[in-house]
Ligand binder design. Sequence first.
Ligand code: AMP
Length: 112
Amino acid sequence: MEDCIFCRIVAGEIPADVVHTTERTVAFRDQNPQAPLHVLVIPKEHHANAADLATADPAASAELVRTAAAVATAEGYDDHRLVFNSGAEAGQTVFHTHLHLLAGRPMTWPPG
Ligand code: AMP
C-alpha cells in the first residue's frame, strides 16, 4: 500500500523510533504519546484493522500481543493497557492494523 504511512515505516521509507522487531511485526514509539510508554505494534503486512489481521493471519495477530507484552516487560512495566481502535468512530485514524501499548500512569475506565 503505497499511501499507507505504516507500510512506509515497515519499508524504512519514513523514520520511526523502532524498539523491537519480530518476524511478522514492528514496534515503534507513538509520535504523540498518551502515556510514559506508548508504543504501536504493527504487522509488517498491510491489513486494515485487528479483525482483518486475525482472519488473514492468526499467527501474526498473536505475535502482536506477545510482542507488546515483551516490550512492556523490557521497558519495566508489568501493568499495561493494549488497545485496538477499529473504525473512525472508535478513534482509528491509520488504517493499517496497530496495537497500542500504553503504560506508566494510572489508567481510568471507561476510556474516552
Ligand atoms: P489510531 O488513532 O488508533 O489510528 O492510532 C494512530 C496512532 O498513530 C496515533 O496515536 C498517532 O499518534 C500515531 N502515528 C501516526 N503517524 C505516526 C508516525 N509516523 N510515527 C509514530 N506514530 C504515528
